[in-house]
Design a protein around this ligand. Structure first.
Ligand SMILES: [Zn+2]
Ligand SMILES: [Zn+2]
Length: 246
């Protein structure tokens, strides 16, 4: 059972995904579904003896390219939509016992290429409104597999926090004629106290309004929208600053 249910109190979609309860939970290292499949060994999600970076569709997705029909009918108050979207898994390395932070810079450069490719392809799907590339870290927030990996969610709607950022940026531009993100970056660079790292293409800082411990934002220094607009130099700069921050 998987569908989108409208929450009229908050004005946002909730995605129900009861089948995800059955997903693999903290398997022993020799039964990791994200390791390469060794000849004669345990058959993982990756049917190859080795890989560099790998991407595949999540076997326990929240969204489906061909979603099941909703299990309930909509009413005037409670809208219902099929959970159409895409959920992918990105494997950073075939090595089980490492983390993104420990990987060499060359692997980050490959990941930037992979992320850009997936962002472009998924973003072009007619039913996709937003592509979120992310990594959850720690069993506390629900990580069920220790193999270094991230995820990509191609949403059929703009997630609420992002929608608010867009509203704020639109209002800021209407009021000042300027880009909110460029203004935040300029203010942080002028103040300087919260800057963490900087190169030609990007700046990393703990924003004035940080809420979480270790909250770091990385902004492009050029006024651009998303990864497909990165120049080759910016791809390299982004890989470098990500490695520095992590
Ligand atoms: Zn593994
Ligand atoms: Zn800007």
């Amino acid at each position: 059972m998987s569908e989108m249910r409208w929450n009229p109190l908050l004005g946002e979609w909730v995605v129900t995904a009861t089948h995800r309860q059955e997903r693999t939970f903290l398997p022993p290292p020799d039964h990791c579904p994200l390791c390469p499949t060794k000849p004669g060994g345990f058959e993982s999600e990756v049917p190859f003896p080795d890989y560099d970076v790998a991407v595949f569709e999540n076997r326990f997705p929240t969204f489906f390219p061909a979603p099941p029909a909703p299990s309930v009918s909509a009413t005037d108050l409670y809208a219902v939509r099929p959970a159409q979207g895409v959920c992918e898994v990105v494997l950073y390395t075939p090595r089980h016992d490492t983390t993104l932070a420990q990987l060499p810079l060359s692997q980050y450069a490959k990941l930037v290429r992979v992320w850009t490719d997936r962002y472009t392809e998924l973003g072009n799907l007619p039913y996709v409104q937003y592509v979120l590339i992310f990594e959850n870290k720690g069993e506390e927030i629900g990580v069920t597999l220790h193999h270094p990996h991230g995820q990509i969610y191609a949403f059929p709607f703009i997630p609420p926090v992002l929608e608010r950022e867009i509203q704020q940026a639109t209002a800021h531009e209407a009021r000042t004629g300027r880009c909110l993100f460029c203004d935040i970056l300029a203010e942080e660079r002028t103040d300087g106290r919260r800057m963490v790292a900087e190169n030609d293409g990007f700046a990393a800082f703990v924003p004035f309004f940080a809420r979480w411990p270790y909250e770091v934002h990385i902004f492009s220094r050029r006024h651009i929208g998303a990864m497909p607009e990165f120049t080759a130099a910016e791809c390299a700069d982004f890989a470098r600053i990500l490695k520095t921050v992590l």
